[in-house]
Write a protein that binds this ligand. Structure first.
Ligand SMILES: C[S@@+](CC[C@H](N)C(=O)[O-])C[C@H]1O[C@@H](n2cnc3c(N)ncnc32)[C@H](O)[C@@H]1O
Length: 207
C-alpha cells in the first residue's frame, strides 16, 4: 500500500471538495438510526466520518483500510475532531471475514450498515470483497457503495486509473443489484472529466 501511504499526505486537500456532496448523499442513503453499528471499508483518511457524525452521533463506527498512511490521517482526523466511538483497524479487505474481524476487534460483531466509497474500483478481487462485505452485514442490513464507472474510456479515465491505482471498467452496481433487495442506483453530479467516468451511488438491503 506504498502508493496510498504517500497519497495520504495530499488526499484530503486535493479531493475533499470534489466528493463532498457525494459523500453526503451516500450517508443520506445509509438511512442511519441511533445505536447502529457501521463499518466503512477502505475508509482511507475517514473522509466519510464527518458526514456520518453529522447524520447521527449515536453510532458505533468502524473504519478499515489496507494503508497505514491513510489510517494515520484518519486517526488524526478523529483526534482533531474529538470524535468518540470510531475505531480504525488495518486490514486487506480481501481478508474481511467475520472471524478475522472478531479476532481483530476482540469481539463478536455484525454490522447494520456497510459503506465503501471509491474502494471497490481499487481493491483487487472486488467481487469476493463485495461478498465479504455482505457477509459482515446483519440480515436486513444496508450497504452503500460509491464508485466510478467509465462508460466511454478517454484520457481522463486512463489518468485517474493511473493516479488512483483503480480499474474503472468494473460494473460494481450490477453485481450489487443481483445480491440485494430494494436496490437503488443513481448517478451523482460530478463532472466525468474530473473522476474519469460516471460517479454513482448504489445501495441495497442484504437478502
Ligand atoms: C480512492 S481511496 C478511497 C478512500 C476513502 N474510501 C474515500 O472515500 O476517500 C481507495 C482506498 O482503498 C484502499 N485500499 C486499496 N486496496 C485495498 C485493500 N486490498 N484492502 C483495503 N483497502 C484497500 C486504499 O488504501 C485507499 O485508502
Amino acid at each position: 500500500m506504498k502508493w496510498y501511504d504517500l497519497f495520504s499526505n495530499v488526499y484530503d486537500s486535493s479531493l475533499e471538495k470534489l466528493y463532498f456532496e457525494s459523500r453526503k448523499k451516500a450517508v443520506e442513503l445509509l438511512d442511519l438510526a441511533p445505536g447502529q453499528v457501521l463499518i466503512d471499508v477502505a475508509c482511507g483518511t475517514g473522509a466519510n466520518f464527518k458526514h456520518i457524525k453529522a447524520a447521527n452521533t449515536n453510532l458505533e463506527i468502524y473504519g478499515t483500510d489496507f494503508s497505514e498512511g491513510m489510517l494515520r490521517k484518519g486517526q488524526s482526523n478523529i483526534d482533531k475532531n474529538n470524535w468518540k466511538n470510531i475505531t480504525l483497524f488495518q486490514a486487506d479487505a480481501r481478508a474481511l471475514t467475520s472471524s478475522f474481524v472478531k479476532e481483530k476487534l476482540n469481539k463478536d460483531i455484525t454490522f447494520d450498515r456497510v459503506i465503501c466509497v471509491l474502494g471497490l474500483s481499487v481493491i483487487p478481487d472486488w467481487e469476493q470483497v463485495l461478498d465479504k462485505m455482505l457477509d459482515l452485514l446483519k440480515e436486513g442490513g444496508r450497504i452503500v457503495i460509491v464508485d466510478v464507472f467509465a462508460e466511454k474510456r478517454n484520457f481522463n479515465t486512463w489518468l485517474v486509473e493511473k493516479f488512483a491505482r483503480a480499474d474503472l471498467d468494473r460494473k460494481i452496481w450490477q453485481t450489487l443489484k443481483t445480491k440485494t433487495t430494494n436496490f437503488h442506483q443513481e448517478y451523482l453530479p460530478v463532472k466525468e472529466r474530473k473522476v474519469g467516468g460516471k460517479l454513482f451511488v448504489a445501495t441495497g438491503i442484504k437478502n
